[in-house]
Design a protein around this ligand. Structure first.
Ligand SMILES: [Zn+2]
Length: 420
């Protein structure tokens, strides 16, 4: 609701915001052919998870197929059983419907070239390959690619469309109708390529690394990495706080039944196959460095607190990746030898802490970009310097300027005297 208010007049009552979220209806359809690959399953489960966390009523027209591989936060090895169980454990009082309604829904999300047999104001189809995800009126059959990244990009695109459908119910409360309508218009065709087209699938051995934060962006990054077929890794999660109800709106692995637990120990308790997590329930700061011990050579950071990003950079890991969000914008940077440091690309550290407006699909994009760049580095692939900084405007991924990539520039006052 905080995020919705950013685009509406201040007098809009909370009830109207809640009503817009909870009365948005989204149907998901998939057939067994499109669900034979892990990628097809990832795209569908991803789109449902992200959409449900914003409160939409979800209807499922999908077969109850086997789910091989890592399933968390689903706890059943069967698709529909797992989804229905998850639906009861997210937004209090909500559940998924295992059939299509007789009436028209706001949005149908159809996997690949599966059949759609319901009524919907709008249909988007999910397609993709190893690193590229797409929504469009036409869809392509999902096939195995050895990479979940394109699939999870298509999930993020679909969830953004569901969120915009909810926001469009509030157009009468917009301060300016023309701008509002442009912000929240449908993206008829949108495609996101997380890596160049000839990039091979990621390695399954991701090595040792650290997560600083156990929040939304790290959930999204870990979710993506854990969907790499047979991924193996050992990662620490360095995070002192506990899960709260307000986190359920966007934390990929969080179920309402796991509130109050330490975020780090919750993540360490998940069954992620051969991707092992060690919990370090401490704040990353000078006074805890003895207990935390040295950082891994590669570190992924998702903290809101900007001076914490600097503190990790000061420890000079050989590769540092940072994911951040601001309203509907995502910023992801990486820092390694010869590049400018995190302090130079994340300079606004003196801002007072505040309640931060968030939504699932935006956090997802930050974690997905971060994980996709890390997975390429862990696979020994070169990530071009001109991709050091990625920014994405997530509301209109169909606009030509939605994604910008560039090499960062050192500031003249840099205390680390970067380039690193
Ligand atoms: Zn610097």
């Amino acid at each position: 609701m905080l995020l919705m208010r950013r685009e509406l007049r201040p007098e809009v009552p909370d009830d109207r915001l809640l009503d817009a979220l909870l009365t948005t209806e989204v149907a998901f359809a998939a057939d067994a052919e499109n669900l034979t690959s892990l990628e097809g399953q990832s795209a569908l489960v991803g789109a449902i998870g992200l959409t449900a966390r914003s409160g939409a009523q979800c209807y499922l027209d999908v077969p109850n197929v086997d789910l091989p591989g890592v399933t968390a936060p689903l706890t059943s090895p069967l698709l529909v059983d797992g989804l229905l169980d998850l639906g009861l454990d997210l937004i209090p009082g909500r559940s998924f419907e295992p059939r299509l309604p007789a009436h028209e829904v706001d949005l149908a999300v159809v996997l690949g070239d599966s059949r759609w047999r319901g009524l919907a104001r709008r249909i988007v189809r999910l397609s993709g390959d190893a690193w590229r995800g797409r929504i469009a009126p036409q869809g392509e059959r999902w096939t195995p690619r050895g990479s979940p990244f394109g699939a999870l990009a298509s999930s993020g695109l679909a969830a953004g469309e569901a969120y915009k459908a909810a926001m469009r119910r509030l157009g009468d409360w917009a301060p300016g109708r023309e701008v509002f309508d442009a912000l929240f218009a449908d993206a008829l065709v949108a495609e996101v390529a997380l890596a160049p087209p000839d990039t091979p699938a990621p390695t399954r051995d991701l090595g040792h690394f650290d997560f600083v934060s156990g929040g939304a962006i790290i959930h999204a990054a870990l979710y993506a990495l854990s969907r790499i077929p047979r991924a193996t890794a050992h990662a620490r999660v360095i995070e002192p706080e506990s899960n709260e109800l307000s986190n359920v709106n966007r934390y990929w692995f969080l179920r309402s039944s796991r509130l109050e637990e330490k975020k780090a120990t919750h993540l360490a308790s998940l069954d992620l196959g051969d991707l092992r997590i060690t919990a370090v329930p401490r704040l990353y700061c000078d006074r805890n460095l003895n207990e935390i011990g040295p950082l891994a050579h590669r570190v992924l950071v998702g903290v809101d607190h900007i001076p914490s990003r600097w503190a990790v950079q000061q420890a000079r890991p050989s590769w540092l990746g940072i994911g951040a969000t601001s309203d509907h914008f995502v910023q992801v940077t990486f820092h390694s030898a010869g590049l400018c440091c995190a302090c130079c690309l994340h300079p606004d550290g003196m801002e007072a802490p505040r309640k931060i407006p968030t939504v699932a699909f935006v956090s997802h994009w930050a974690g997905l970009w971060l994980a996709s760049i890390f997975a390429r580095v862990a696979s020994g692939l070169e990530v071009p310097r001109v991709h050091q900084q990625t920014t994405m405007w997530t509301l209109r991924p169909d606009s030509r300027s939605a994604i910008q990539q560039s090499q960062g520039v050192s500031t003249s006052t840099c205390e680390l005297r970067c380039p690193l």
